[in-house]
Design a protein around this ligand. Sequence first.
Ligand SMILES: Cc1ncc(COP(=O)(O)O)c(C=O)c1O
Length: 479
Amino acid sequence: MPTAHPSGWAHADGALRGPHWLREPADPNELVAQLWSSTAHKNDDGALVVGGVDLRDLVAEHGSPAYVLDEDDFRGRARAFRDAFSAFDVYYAGKAFLCTTIASWIAEEGLCLDVCSNSELTVALRGGVDPARIGYHGNNKTTAELRRAVEAGVGRIVVDSFHEIERLVEIAGAARVMLRVTAGVEAHTHEYIATAHEDQKFGFSITSGDAFEAVRRVLAAPGLELLGLHSHIGSQIFDSSGFEVAARRVLALHARVSDELSVDLPEMDLGGGFGIAYTTQDDPSDPAQLATEMSKIVEHECKALGIDEPRLSIEPGRAIVGPSMCTVYEVGTVKEVVLDGPKETKPRRTYVSVDGGMSDNIRTALYDADYSCTLASRRSDAPAVLARVVGKHCEAGDIVVKDEFLPGDVAPGDLVAVPGTGAYCRSMASNYNHALRPPVIAVRDGVTRVVVRRETEDDLLATDVAGTDDARHTDGASS
Ligand SMILES: Cc1ncc(COP(=O)(O)O)c(C=O)c1O
């Protein structure tokens, strides 16, 4: 019988077996296909190939760590959402990952785009996205930001507070707006990525009456055109029941607006948050299934309420870009650590330190997220060990992959690749320890293309102006 240990299941041989869902793979040289982008596979040497590019060659040319973006996979997922949700408007949520190239692919594939800052708006416009197909989000948009969005002609501004309504009126331009409402749904996900319960910062509460009051104020405001209501319940959600409850509550408000204010709002947005597979414990729905389920829910509710169906939109970010990228790292050190625990089992864990970490993927530390990984540079017939892949930063919580089986001979110089790093990794990357943020390298048909270059020390020092001529022109620095 295995002995229970707080960090996993320890066997009599002293090896940890990891969390309950983690299975030791029959062959660690094989990829678990559903975790990887569509073109990823291992070649005869056991090296990982993505977009026809051997990642050993990619690292030899561009260094590590690097985010590897599978262009065919990204475009395929964008098209799959566009086609499955052909009766909806599909807004790619740029916060998941945005650069000029991604913005141009989104425009080419016929999707709309969501931004939530002026800088994201700049990137979207530089990528050739039609401003009329851009949505502008955020819970604290300044007057300057709102003015820029209005002047750029963005298609819709998603208003999140009474102050924003006042600011838009002050600007006195014509703006098409949606109101972000809080449906009071507890999404079954991490607290910090659940966004529709009452006690958090986003949206107007339906329950408190703020959402209805916001509708009245926007309808009364000169220059503002109210398109409809918007609800986003959270992220990494697999269960459509949360969407169902939210849709029902938001449609009830939509119907109340029609009844009491005699205004038929033409649109409604049900947000993003569709889950992806980071590990074998995740079982996401495909876009066609999601589209069918969501359409049915809305059709059924509208019939029950006796109202016309509004034009629907959704905002997937992670489900498009997440699986399209992996991160490749080089192993620097390997340590076997004996954990506390029953003496007779002496459970051990193998710590594999790589040349990146929480600066390029904060999700494990921030959300306790699970990831998977594979040895990407060679085959190995060594028995698997339970490994923890950690970064090189000065934090014990600097963990990239909490639990994964890797060949027991993993060693410095090996490459390790982590799938599913397209969303909220590069976009949330930091310069902690003055780390230089890795490049994003698009791969397709055997060709690599740097779409975001690696940062340099000069990039970091460019903003560090003390002692230079620039310091005299910086607020407060000249006194
Ligand atoms: C309003 C809104 N829409 C869409 C998204 C995208 O979510 P996901 O990337 O999980 O699909 C988010 C994520 O935070 C969001 O806040």
